[in-house]
Write a protein that binds this ligand. Structure first.
Ligand SMILES: [Zn+2]
Length: 338
C-alpha cells in the first residue's frame, strides 16, 4: 500500500510499504479520508515526530478485513478511526500519565496511522458512523470532539455570550458546539478571509479581524460593556491568551484549547483584579466522539463550509500541503484522500 512516511526534517516520502495485516482482536481499515490536524503540522514544523512514523489521526473509512477472534464488525462497516472505549485492563495512551507533557511525550515512536491506504486497529478502537452522517463529516469527528470536550469542560451556560479566538477547524467546531450548548451569542476573531467567511456561514454573530480592529474593545462593546462570559482560545498565537483574559467579564472563564508551541506573553495586572478563571482543555473522551457524531447527525454541526472541494488532496501532494501550512494559513481544513 501507499503511505506518507515522515523522514524527519520536514520531509515526507510517499512509499510503497507492506499492507498491515490484522492480528487477533484487530481489524484492517481502508482509509477513505484523513484530515490534516494542526497537531500533525506542529509535529512536522518542530520536527518532533519520530522518523518512520505515519501520521494522520482524523480519519474515516471502512472495515476491510477482520483478524482472528473479532466479533464487533463486518467487512464494509463505516467507521471513524478512533473514539472507542478501551476494555478494562488495556493500558490507555501515554496522555493519562500523571506528568504527561504533550510537547515531549505527545508523539508516539513509529506510529503507523492514516496518511496511508490502510490502518490496523484494535477492534475496540474505531466507532461506527451513523447512517445520517456522511464520510466527509465523520472524518472530522476527532477535532469536533475536541470542541465538545472544551465546551463541556467550560462554565458556559444557556444564553451566555461566548467568544472564539481563531477560526481554524477547532475554532469553527467550538463556535458550532457552543451554539448547540445554548450560547446566546458567539463572536469570532479571525484574520484570514476564507476562515472569516466560513465562520459567518456557520453562524457567528460577528467576526472581527484582529489585524484591522482592536479585538478587545470591539468584543467588550458587542457584549454590552461587560465582556463575554466565556472565551475559547483556539488560536494560541502571540497575544491571544492575554487578549482572552483581558476581554473576558469579571469572574468569567477563558478556556485554552489551542496548543501554543511558542512562549506567549501575558500581562496579569490588566486582568487579575477581575478574578477570572483559566481552564485548559485537551483532547476528548470516548463518549465525546459519539456526542460529536450525534451533533452532526442532528444538523447542529455542519462541516460543509469548512471543507470546500479544494480541501481534498491526493496523498502524493502531502509534502506540498504541509509546506503551505507552515505559514499562517488561509486554508480551511485540508483532507488527504489516500
Ligand atoms: Zn487532531
Amino acid at each position: 500500500m501507499k503511505a506518507a512516511v515522515y523522514k524527519g526534517r520536514q520531509q515526507f516520502s510517499i512509499e510503497e510499504v507492506a499492507t498491515p495485516s490484522p492480528g487477533p482482536g484487530q481489524v484492517l481499515v481502508k482509509v477513505k479520508y484523513s484530515a490534516i490536524c494542526g497537531t500533525d503540522v506542529h509535529g512536522f514544523l518542530y520536527d518532533v515526530v519520530p522518523p518512520g512514523s505515519v501520521m494522520g489521526h482524523e480519519y474515516c473509512g471502512a472495515i476491510a478485513e477482520l483478524g482472528p477472534d473479532t466479533s464487533r464488525w463486518e467487512v464494509g462497516d463505516r467507521v471513524v478511526g478512533g473514539g472507542g472505549v478501551n476494555p478494562s485492563g488495556v493500558k490507555r495512551a501515554a496522555r493519562s500519565e500523571p506528568r504527561f507533557n504533550f510537547r515531549t511525550m505527545g508523539y508516539a515512536p513509529e506510529a503507523r496511522r492514516a496518511y496511508a491506504e490502510y490502518v490496523v486497529l484494535e477492534e475496540w478502537e474505531p466507532i461506527p458512523i451513523p447512517e445520517g452522517v456522511p464520510d466527509e463529516a465523520a472524518t472530522l469527528c476527532e477535532p469536533c470532539s475536541v470542541a465538545v470536550h472544551a465546551v463541556r469542560e467550560s462554565n458556559l451556560r444557556l444564553g451566555d455570550a461566548a467568544v472564539v479566538l481563531g477560526a481554524g477547524p477547532i475554532g469553527m467546531f467550538c463556535l458550532q458546539v457552543a451554539r448547540a450548548a445554548g450560547a446566546g451569542s458567539v463572536i469570532v476573531s479571525e484574520p484570514a478571509p476564507a476562515r472569516k467567511d466560513a465562520a459567518l456561514e456557520l453562524g457567528a454573530d460577528a467576526v472581527i479581524d484582529p489585524t484591522e480592529e482592536d479585538v478587545i474593545e470591539r468584543v467588550v462593546d458587542l457584549t454590552g460593556g461587560g465582556g463575554p462570559d466565556v472565551v475559547f482560545d483556539c488560536a494560541g498565537a502571540g497575544s491571544t491568551l492575554d487578549q482572552a483574559m483581558t476581554m473576558v467579564r469579571r469572574g468569567g472563564q477563558v478556556v485554552l484549547v489551542a496548543l501554543a508551541w511558542e512562549p506567549t506573553s501575558v500581562l496579569p495586572v490588566d486582568w487579575i483584579a477581575r478574578e477570572i478563571n483559566l481552564r485548559a482543555s485537551f483532547g476528548a473522551l470516548s463518549h465525546e466522539w459519539r456526542i460529536a457524531l450525534g451533533l452532526m447527525e442532528a444538523g447542529k454541526v455542519n462541516v460543509g463550509p469548512m471543507v470546500p472541494g479544494e480541501s481534498y488532496v491526493p496523498l502524493d501532494d502531502i509534502q506540498e500541503v504541509f509546506d503551505s501550512l507552515r505559514r499562517p494559513s488561509t486554508q480551511l481544513q485540508m483532507v488527504v484522500r489516500p
